[in-house]
Write a protein that binds this ligand. Structure first.
Ligand SMILES: *Cc1c(COP(=O)(O)O)cnc(C)c1O
Length: 401
């Protein structure tokens, strides 16, 4: 009997092994990989060497952009970009993003102004952005949520008409495409990528600022070097934002496999959708048909009424089955402690609130089998079938059952 029950009600988990929500993907390592690592270690250059230069060229070519400036993280890339632009005033950005988007603005003294998102794409809504833009707005800092492109053309039109730059936090989006087929990285004044371990392409820790603006690229290369142009007379309050050679070598090793991993991620996302699309109470992130997401995360919205359980109850039930999930991005920035000062009036960001409330990232690994996706989906369906019982149990305080 109990074999048919979810683990949270005392049943046996369907899956025999734990499933993480994400896992760093590293290409297979043959002798050339170890030779490359050894070459770095014996070259006399652990930073600022041939691997960095090679990686920058390869990433620029992959995206189809004039300049790719490698840095130590996505956060560093965002922070240095805003520093080089020397802006003052307000930065219009979504609250529904990773905290580093807001932090980069604050480290540069810019005041965040939070625009609401589209409830289906989770990306900053151009109309909400427009209504927040004033004479004090210094820039628009948009985000490609979970690697799916935001409405960049509308935002660019708005920025052009106001004479302010559009900077894109593309941290999760390396390898993704806009609806017109161009790669993410080719729009706005600059787009910033992250290569931290949870992103589809990783080199341990790292990031890239990509731009077709040669002057900005030149300034960024100085800024990542403490602001030192080479004569010890700093021209900007820079940082040490360099990407180490070993990381660059690892990134170069992984980059050729990225298209294959992204194709697999898209297949996994499609399989989840096929399995769960008729399940009431679960909806998927939407995007234009011709756009390509990297599926840095596979996010669904759980509607408490229709699913029978809240997002948190489902997450708890999945955890007991050995299936990890994440609540990205909850709380959104305007409700985080560090952003107390920039809290907004209740009800000012209705879509941000409702998406943050219902969102759940399901496991997505670049080498995940279709079987594993099917099993996770059957676990979700089984939990849903027992939703009334699970919900009673959690109302009683979680014990017993
Ligand atoms: C990962 C991420 C960042 C930060 O990148 P790091 O390399 O971890 O510093 C910033 N913004 C978004 C949207 C991200 O997903």
């Amino acid at each position: 009997m109990s074999a048919d029950k979810p683990a949270i009600l005392g049943g046996t988990p369907i899956l025999s092994k734990k499933v993480p929500v994400t896992r760093p993907t590293v290409a297979p390592r043959g002798p050339e990989f170890y030779q490359a690592m050894d070459r770095v270690l014996t070259s006399g250059f652990l930073t600022k060497g041939a691997e960095l230069e090679g990686f920058e060229h390869e990433v620029a070519a992959f995206i189809g952009v004039r300049n790719a400036v490698a840095v130590s993280s996505g956060t560093m890339g965002l922070t240095l970009t805003l520093r080089c632009l020397g802006l003052l005033g307000h930065a219009v950005m979504p609250s529904f993003t990773f905290m580093a988007t807001g932090h980069a603005a604050r480290w540069n003294g810019l005041e965040p102004r939070f625009a609401d998102i589209d409830p289906h794409t989770f990306a900053m809504a151009p109309r909400a952005t427009d209504s927040l833009t004033t004479s004090e707005t210094a820039l628009v800092l948009a985000v490609h949520p979970f690697g799916a492109p935001c409405e960049v053309d509308e935002l660019q039109t708005l920025c052009t008409s106001r004479g302010i730059p559009l900077i894109l936090d593309a941290a999760a989006a390396l390898g993704g495409c806009y609806p017109d087929g161009s790669r993410i990285g080719t729009k706005g004044l600059a787009e910033i990528f992250s290569l931290s371990p949870t992103k589809p392409l990783t080199c341990g820790e790292g990031g890239f600022i990509v731009t077709n603006n040669d002057d900005l690229a030149k300034e960024l290369r100085i800024a990542r070097e403490y602001g030192n142009p080479g004569n010890q007379n700093s021209v900007v309050i820079g940082l040490n934002g360099r990407m180490p050679e070993l990381s660059a070598a690892l990134g170069r090793h992984n980059l050729p496999r990225l298209p294959e991993w992204l194709a697999r991620r898209a297949e996994v996302a499609a399989r989840y959708q096929d399995n769960l699309k008729d399940t009431e109470g679960i909806t998927f992130q939407r995007m234009p048909r011709t756009a390509k997401s990297t599926y840095k995360d596979l996010c669904v919205i759980i509607d408490r009424e229709l699913f029978g359980l809240s997002r948190d109850m489902l997450a708890d039930a999945l955890r007991q089955e050995g299936i990890s999930t994440r609540r990205y991005f909850d709380p959104p920035l305007h409700r985080q402690a560090a952003y107390r000062q920039w809290a907004v009036a209740p009800g000012a960001l209705p879509h941000t609130e409702s998406v943050a409330d219902g969102i759940l990232s399901l496991p997505l690994l670049s080498d995940m089998s279709a079987d594993l996706v099917d099993q996770i989906c059957s676990v979700i369906l089984r939990i849903r079938e027992h939703s009334a019982e699970i919900s009673c149990r959690s109302a009683r305080g979680g014990a017993g059952g």
